[in-house]
Structures are given as C-alpha cells and as structure tokens.
Design a protein around this ligand. Structure first.
Ligand SMILES: O=P(O)(O)OC[C@@H](O)[C@@H](O)c1c[nH]c2ccccc12
Length: 258
C-alpha cells in the first residue's frame, strides 16, 4: 500500500511537471518569504505541542470531513493554540491538494507542513513554492540513499524535514541523519494497523536534542496524556480534530496537557 501511495504521488507530480517545469517551480519557491523556524515552534515545553492536520479522508478511514474551507479550519486550529499545521496534499486517497496548502499558508502565522508521499526534488520545490516550512519524509517509503538526498534537499530550501518512522531501526536511521524532528507513526502505512504503544518503545532512543513527535491514533485527550507520559513533546492529530465537535475547543484541550 505504501509503495502504491508513493508511486501515485510521484505520477501526479510528474503530470504537474509536464505542465510546469522544475525551473518554474523553483523560481516560485525562491520568491517566497523565508521558511518559518519549525524547530523553535515545536521545541520542548512544559505542555504538549500540537501539529493540527487538515485531513479530509484517508485510505484506512475513508471520508472523514468535507472541509470546504481549509484556511478557516487552520485558523480555528491556531485560535485553539496549535503550534503548526499539517496539510495533506495527496489527492488520490486523502483528497488534499497544494491549493489547500497555499490557502492555509495565507491564513496562519505558524509553520505549515506538506504532508504527502515525497519521493523527489520536484515535490520539495512545490512545497516551498506553496509556502511550506516543513516537509514530511517517510523512512519506510524511501531507500536510504534517497532519504539522505531528499533530507539534504529540504534543508537546502531552508525548510525542516519531519522524518517519520515506524520502528526502532527506522528511528535509528532518523537519529543518524541528524533529524531534529522525529515522528513515530502509530499507523503502519503498509497494513494500516494501529499500535499506540509503538511510540513508547521508540521514544527512548531519540536523543534529547531532537523533538519527539507522536503521530496518529489520538481520539481524545486521554490519548494525548498517554503519549505525553511516554515522552512525546508534540502530537500530530488529524481525525479527532476534523470529526470532533469544535476544533478550537478540542485543540485547546490537547495543548493544555502537561
Ligand atoms: O488522523 P490521525 O489518526 O490523528 O493521524 C494524523 C496523522 O498522523 C496521519 O494522517 C499520518 C501520519 N503519517 C502519515 C503519512 C501519510 C499520510 C497520513 C499520515
């Protein structure tokens, strides 16, 4: 499944590239204001920090929410205290787009993450051109040399890579890369199974100079507390924010966990 998602995202990027060459996207990227400092925004604090996700659908959960106005939703997230916004830009299974990312960028003043299946430099330039500050790199989706190359490329654009892992070995590789933002996704992107305990097993090998991010499977404040006890500096939450009641109140509840 992960290979299929990555291949699909690459095909879609190749189709966009046929319309708009890399040089044009790079020119747009170079004209952007400098990327925001995501490491500072997400640095360890006496309470949990929140990356709130704009997420319409997923392959494992199907349709979640229509989200006609992603910018308005992101503004609600920040009103509730979110420290960064994640925007799913994958079209086929998550119903996202780069237009969503651009709209969110214009609406908030916190760092914005391009959440997609990134496998080449074109997608990274697109992220910067749309105003992203952070780019997700999924260790399981990339061979090591590609991961290293793309990691350096994200930094070259002044953005911060969020390196997503799903095992101890993947986390060791993220540490070896020098990643400052290391995510542990409770969801296995190959089988879609959830393991809320994985974060607690992986977090201890992430050094204190990196930020530990628990991704997925937060349904309520008890799950945020669970991840916090296991050492999470940051939680990345989608479904609970788009399907729950008031996103402002839900975000506020999550960031009040200490
Ligand atoms: O909706 P949830 O369970 O709160 O999960 C959010 C986020 O962690 C999830 O969307 C995610 C984590 N890693 C990914 C990689 C690709 C697509 C999606 C994801």
């Amino acid at each position: 499944m992960l290979d299929g998602l990555t291949a699909g995202a690459r095909e879609d990027a190749a189709a966009r590239r046929a319309d708009r060459p890399l040089s044009a996207v790079e020119a747009d990227a170079a004209a952007q204001a400098a990327a925001l400092d995501a490491v500072a925004a997400l640095s360890r604090a006496d309470h949990v920090k929140l990356i709130a996700e704009v997420k319409r659908a997923s392959p494992s959960r199907g349709a979640l929410a229509s989200i006609p106005d992603p910018a308005a939703l992101a503004a609600q997230y920040t009103a509730g205290g979110a420290h960064a916004i994640s925007v799913l830009t994958e079209q086929r299974r998550f119903q996202g787009s780069l237009a969503d990312l651009e709209a969110v960028r214009a609406a908030v003043d916190v760092p914005v993450l391009r959440k997609d299946f990134i496998a080449d430099e074109y997608q990274i330039a697109e992220a910067r051109a749309a105003g992203a500050d952070l780019v997700l790199l999924i260790v399981a989706a990339l061979d090591e040399s590609t991961l290293r190359r793309l990691y350096a490329h994200v930094l070259d654009w002044g953005m911060t890579p969020l390196v997503e892992t799903h095992s101890l070995d993947e986390a060791r590789l993220a540490v070896d890369l020098g990643a400052q933002l290391i995510g542990v996704n409770a969801r296995d992107l190959t089988t879609f199974e959830l393991d809320r305990e994985l974060f607690g097993r992986v977090a201890p090998i992430i050094p204190d100079n990196a930020i530990r991010i628990a991704e997925s499977a937060v349904l309520g404040v008890a799950d945020v507390e669970h991840y916090r006890r296991a050492g999470a500096d940051v939680v990345l939450v989608g479904e609970a924010l788009v399907t729950g009641g008031d996103p402002v109140a839900t975000a506020r509840q999550f960031v009040s966990v200490s």
